[in-house]
Design a protein around this ligand. Structure first.
Ligand code: 13P
Ligand code: SF4
Length: 297
């Protein structure tokens, strides 16, 4: 499979991008493995004809928004992010009517349609920086209420959050943190900001997936327990082979796990599934993504 993929990549001038939550076999075969922000940046800068995006649909959509001249392929059509479906463009329009003159920041886990209605976008890697840089005392934040609540603890601004959530991170409870502390008192606990507020409050550190990798590189702890999708365990163990990692709970994102290596191969063989965004939506959504790339770098 790896050889077939290599030949197909060369023949098609393609690169394989994989999110940190992808299956081990996909991470190992990808050209770049990263967090949502890193992958958006790579997609906007890299020179190639085809991008095979091993992740979920909004990530491939971001690549298509930023680089419409490239052919962006999502190997499994059904790979989607349930949180991104918890808000629609109509919802954002209504929110804007209710809170006029209030900037709307959307998490990158949203559809192109929703991004087109928002002022700027953010990922977990740059959300605090972007919120604090905006010239406003009140900000509408969609769709992740946990990330919104976390942001409210990191700023003096008022954050009005939408009531969406990530079903995978929601599984992690305060009990999981307390049990881990009892079982392994010397381990460090690092959680994603999509976790429940009580989990975040009980953890030692809060980072997006890229931040977790940077933290693991400099941490003195021998054992780190993570509160995020279990794909990170492979990513961390590959980068830090001398440290031990465990997950706080059985946190599997079924959508991130849909893509197998054979799907990436078939994507290039059969040129499927092409992700495109209507030009009128793309232009407006690109403004929000460009602002994030500019402010959040
Ligand atoms: P990161 O931006 O931290 O990679 O997270 C993406 C995601 O989908 C988290 O659930
Ligand atoms: Fe969406 Fe959660 Fe899966 Fe991330 S882990 S893609 S936020 S469902």
């Amino acid at each position: 499979m790896r050889d077939r993929l290599r030949r197909l990549k060369e023949g098609n001038d393609a690169v394989i991008l994989a999110h940190n939550y992808q299956r081990d076999e996909v991470q190992d075969a990808a050209d770049y493995v990263g967090d949502s922000f890193e992958l958006s940046k790579i997609a906007s800068e890299i020179r190639c004809r085809v991008i095979v995006f091993c992740g979920v649909d909004f990530m491939a959509e971001n690549a298509a928004i930023l680089s419409p001249e490239k052919q962006v392929l999502l190997p499994v059509k059904e790979a989607t992010c349930p949180m991104s479906h918890m808000i629609s463009r109509k919802d954002v329009r209504q929110l804007k009517k209710r809170y006029p003159e209030t900037p709307v920041v959307c998490y990158v886990n949203t559809s192109a349609d929703v991004k087109a209605e928002c002022d700027t976008c953010c990922t977990s890697a740059n959300a605090v920086k972007i919120i604090n840089a905006l010239d406003a005392d009140r900000i509408l934040f969609v769709p992740d209420r946990n990330l919104g609540d976390y942001l409210a603890t990191k700023t003096d601004k008022e954050i009005i959050s939408w009531n969406g959530f990530c079903p995978t991170h929601q599984v992690i409870t305060l009990g999981d943190v307390l049990i881990k502390r009892q079982e392994q008192p010397d381990c460090e606990i690092v959680v994603h900001p999509e976790c429940r507020p009580e989990v975040i409050a009980a953890a030692d550190y809060v980072y997006g997936t890229g931040g977790m990798l940077r933290h693991a590189a400099k941490s003195k702890a021998r054992h780190i327990a993570i509160g995020t999708e279990v794909g990170m365990l492979h990513r961390l163990a590959t980068q830090e082979p001398n440290k031990e990692f465990s997950a706080l709970a059985d946190t599997v994102c079924p959508n991130m796990k849909r893509t197998r290596l054979k799907d990436a191969v078939q994507a290039l063989e059969q040129k499927k599934y092409r992700v495109t965004v209507p030009e009128n939506v793309r232009k407006d959504a690109k403004k929000a993504l460009d602002k994030m790339l500019e402010m959040g770098a």
